[in-house]
Ligand binder design. Structure first.
Ligand SMILES: [Mn+2]
Length: 358
């Protein structure tokens, strides 16, 4: 490092292009400038000064987007550890309530951390969300001190980092181990929408396809269960077009996963950049032009995480108030479909109830 200032001009001399990350490290542009000045001073002695500067981020992001066999193996191991942590938190929640103990969000957070470290994970991949009851409707809630009440749902969004790679799992379960009727109705709907998204995840599909598959199932389901009124919002096609589902589902169905939990990599297909296409942004509803959604390729890893969040509001049936549900798994894109690497923790309501009885 002490020799960097002296070495860089020598390394940059006679090169056509200087690559470095744009707009990521404050002051780097002016340091590059400082390194280029001595090169320029030698131009009249026959040196060539780079005449192009290019952003290295795009190149590195693309390399990170497609995982090799070694990376996939680490990510599978991280997922297994995270799955165990979720099971541990579920079982402790039910056991503590059965024993008449007070349960708070931080108690379950502690169980997650215990399991992560027990199996050699270095850190949580992000601040764990442990949300009891209505807190599940707060999207970026953190594990705090809220009570875990008998009869409430608990939403846990947590994953460990192992050897530099993140995992990212969400499960929603009844604190006491038994879903109530209304909780089960919405849970099964979110799960059905996740099934549709999983079926839409394969090489050749686009990144937005799982999201659109999710929205199609939720639009019909929200009408069926009475969260949306067909007299006000129309049929499922209308619900998609007028985005009235957005009140209950207001985030994307997934993101890239890798060294970072929201990993880098373009969500726009670079080979079709600028080609004519027009589509609606799923979140803002804004029209996107010339930005075709990314085509999925084997070795990409993404999350699949639909949800439903019901805040108390006039016209919303009371039996659903304050229920927040998300189900999230991590998927490796394959030629024919996708490999879910986080299913060591079950997702079916019956299976969750069974393991919480154990
Ligand atoms: Mn996620």
């Amino acid at each position: 490092m002490t020799e960097l200032a002296a070495l860089m001009p020598k390394l940059l001399e006679n090169r056509s292009t200087v690559w470095y990350p744009f707009a990521t490290h404050k002051g780097l542009e002016s340091r590059v400038d400082d390194w280029l000045q001595p090169v320029r001073a030698r131009v009249r002695f026959g040196a060539l000064c780079p005449d192009q500067q290019r952003d290295v981020c795009g190149l590195l992001d693309e390399m990170r987007l497609i995982k090799d066999a070694h990376e996939l193996a680490v990510m599978r191991r991280a997922s297994v550890i995270s799955a165990r942590a979720h099971i541990r938190a579920m079982q402790r929640s039910a056991a503590m309530l059965r024993a008449g103990q007070e349960v708070r969000e931080y108690h379950l957070d502690a169980e997650l951390l215990h399991e992560f470290r027990q199996h050699g994970s270095q850190y949580p991949a992000y601040g764990s969300i442990v949300a009891g009851g209505a807190n599940a409707c707060v999207l970026h809630y953190r594990a705090d001190k809220g009570p875990i009440n008998d009869g409430d749902l608990v939403l846990i969004d947590a994953g460990c980092e192992l050897d530099g790679y993140a995992s990212d799992i969400t499960r929603t379960f009844p604190a006491n181990g038994r879903f109530t009727g209304p909780q089960r109705v919405l849970y099964d709907l979110v799960l059905a929408s996740q099934d549709a998204a999983i079926a839409a995840t394969h090489a050749g599909a686009r990144f937005v396809d799982p999201h659109e598959a999710t929205v199609a199932v939720l639009a019909q389901g929200l009408l069926d269960v009475g969260l949306l009124d067909p007299n006000k919002v129309g049929n499922a096609q209308d619900v998609i077009a007028n985005r009235s589902y957005f009140e209950f589902y207001m985030h994307r169905t997934g993101h890239w996963l890798g060294m970072d939990v929201h990993d880098c990599g373009s969500y726009v297909e670079p080979s079709q950049l600028g080609q004519i296409s027009e589509r609606k942004d799923p979140l803002s509803g804004e029209n996107l032009q010339y930005r075709p959604s990314r085509v999925l390729r084997p070795g990409m890893v993404l999350t699949i995480e639909p949800g439903i969040y019901v805040r108390p509001s006039p016209g919303v049936p009371e039996r659903f108030h304050n229920i927040g549900i998300r189900i999230e798994d991590d998927a490796i894109v394959t030629e024919t479909g996708c490999e879910l690497i986080t299913r060591d923790v079950p997702v079916k309501a019956d299976e969750i109830e069974a393991l919480m009885r154990a």
